[in-house]
Design a protein around this ligand. Structure first.
Ligand SMILES: Cc1cc2nc3c(=O)[nH]c(=O)nc-3n(C[C@H](O)[C@H](O)[C@H](O)COP(=O)(O)OP(=O)(O)OC[C@H]3O[C@@H](n4cnc5c(N)ncnc54)[C@H](O)[C@@H]3O)c2cc1C
Length: 365
């Protein structure tokens, strides 16, 4: 009945299903409702430059995905009428210590030499751009091309687009295991020549994976404040924290990165640190109402890279472990998997993300 079964309806699985629709008959299986996994928790930064210290293959992958984002969102919004909260207002990276100032200067130097849009600016210039920043800023970088999206709206739009394109979506369908050409849920077996594992941090739970993959959770606590209209206009990063202002008045403050297994609790230490960091950078935010606190589990690997590519079972492909960049990497992952499923080749180099790199035991080779 179907050509391809996608296991998992998060930003990755839905993007893949949407890309394949029209060419293939696609079924998405999700154990819950779609879009309620890690994608629901993301901040939505699309920022390949802000943490890059050289032009390694992963940076190239992130950049290629970023380059396609405006078109990806434009088509999705036209198709569904859903505003995905895309903003191209750029990102400020702030340094409040000599150590981080030096790191930013080094980053600026190589990125400028390589021709990327990045400017080294002073604390006074930062305050002209963001008058509510009150911390002493030693130096800053402005990356005008970095952008953001609202992940919950994005996932809604992807689901709508999939349905319009004829993808069948079954929710409440927990996959137990896979084998060549078959996917087994609690009571049913679905058959298809192509199977895509896109179940995020829960991917290793599927029986029959060959090779097994060592994906593990990194908890992120995150919150939103209600800011006065236009209070902050750019994404702002400093130390390990960030602001992402949304056009609906939310100011996202993120995020912790914790190795605590599948625990998803919101804790005083986690939220307390985010609130303290936020007030240290702008004393004004201390009076903003807290709208929501939440957590998500990033699907991580030991080398920090995603798992994208063919498994040892013919017709079975992995698209998982996108850790901190799954929203950013959704368009390129979708195009890679669509190529692999359709003709067995990827136009993008995917060797660094090979599932086989962990060996057959599923631990780092
Ligand atoms: C706090 C936080 C902030 C983040 N910020 C950013 C950011 O700014 N930018 C960015 O690019 N990324 C960000 N990320 C990372 C990003 O959210 C993830 O990389 C991305 O959401 C992974 O998407 P996914 O589709 O692989 O997983 P998920 O969204 O988790 O989707 C997996 C789906 O599979 C389903 N599933 C699981 N097991 C089964 C099963 N057995 N059978 C059927 N269905 C199953 C689940 O129900 C779920 O719907 C952030 C993450 C966190 C936690």
């Amino acid at each position: 009945m179907h050509d391809v079964i996608v296991i998992g309806g998060g930003v990755i699985g839905l993007s893949i299903a949407r890309e394949l629709a029209g060419r293939k008959a696609v079924l998405v299986l999700d154990r819950g409702a779609t879009g309620e996994g890690t994608s629901w928790a993301a901040a939505g930064m699309l920022s390949p430059l802000s943490e890059a210290d050289d032009q390694d293959p992963f940076f190239q992958l992130c950049r290629a995905s970023h380059d396609s984002y405006r078109k990806f969102i434009g088509e999705l919004e036209d198709e569904t009428g859903i505003d995905c909260g895309y903003s191209g207002s750029g990102l400020l990276c702030l340094a409040c210590s000599e150590e981080s100032a030096n790191a930013l200067r080094r980053r600026c130097e190589w990125q400028r030499k390589a021709g990327f849009a990045v400017e080294n600016i002073s604390g006074d210039e930062v305050r002209r751009m963001e008058p509510l920043i009150t911390a002493d800023i030693l130096t800053a970088l402005f990356m005008p091309a970095e952008s953001s999206v609202a992940p919950r709206r994005l996932v809604n739009a992807l689901r709508e687009s999939c349905l319009k394109r004829g993808v069948e979506i079954r929710t409440g369908a927990r996959v137990q295991g896979i084998s060549k050409n078959a996917v087994r849920t609690d009571g049913l077996t679905f058959e298809a020549p192509g199977i895509v594992v896109a179940s995020g941090v829960w991917s290793p739970e599927l029986a029959g994976l060959d090779p097994p993959i060592p994906v593990y959770p990194r908890k992120g606590q995150i919150l939103s404040l209600c800011m006065p209209p236009g209070a902050f206009r750019h994404m702002i990063r400093w130390h390990h924290s960030y602001f992402v202002p949304r056009n609906n008045g939310d100011l996202i403050v993120g995020a912790t990165d914790e190795d605590v297994g599948f625990d998803r609790s919101v804790t005083p230490a986690g939220i307390g640190k985010l609130l303290a960091d936020a007030q240290a950078i702008s004393s004004h935010v201390g009076s903003y109402p807290i709208m929501e606190t939440w957590t998500g589990l990033r699907p991580a690997t030991q080398d920090g890279l995603p798992v994208i590519g063919p498994s040892a079972i013919p017709g079975v492909f992995y698209a998982t472990a996108h850790y901190r960049n799954g929203v950013l990497l959704a368009p390129i992952t979708a195009s890679i998997i669509a190529d692999l499923v359709s003709n067995g080749r990827s136009r993008v180099a995917i060797e660094p993300y090979a599932p086989s790199r962990f060996g057959n035991s599923g631990t780092d080779a």
